[in-house]
Design a protein. Structure first.
Length: 135
């Protein structure tokens, strides 16, 4: 009887593990600006926000974060202009709206998504939050 129980436990763990690997989510960010950017990706871990990855994205390149079984939650970033880092507006991946705090206002998005770093407001000199994430 004990052997049957442990075999069922083992088979259950294998099935659960294969399910979590099957649901691997990807978030891609393309940098269409002429500036270096840094992007930070957050995921939802059982209703808790976690910083998952941070990557530098050079002009004309892209970054793809693989969140595994965790659902993507938010993106935040910085754009470097003339040696100074300017804060970009964070985005809630779940609904696509701008947010102030990636962990306080983000909601999980259990699907793949793609974003482009773009200028969202202003012209001329760049201030904090002039750049952000567009679809």
């Amino acid at each position: 009887m004990k052997k049957v129980f442990w075999c069922l436990v083992l088979v259950s763990l294998i099935l659960l593990t294969s399910l979590s690997v099957a649901n691997a989510w990807r978030v891609t960010v393309r940098n269409d600006t002429n500036y270096n950017c840094t992007v930070r990706l957050y995921t939802d871990h059982l209703f808790q926000c976690h910083w998952t990855d941070k990557e530098r994205v050079t002009p004309g390149s892209s970054y793809t974060g693989d969140t595994g079984a965790w659902c993507p939650q938010a993106l935040e970033g910085w754009i470097t202009i003339d040696g100074a880092e300017k804060q970009m507006k964070s985005i809630n991946i779940g609904v696509g709206n701008e947010i102030s705090d990636a962990c306080q206002q983000g909601s999980a998005a259990c699907w793949n998504s793609s974003w482009i770093i773009c200028r969202k407001r202003g012209s001329g000199a760049v201030n904090d939050y002039d750049y952000g994430f567009c679809r």
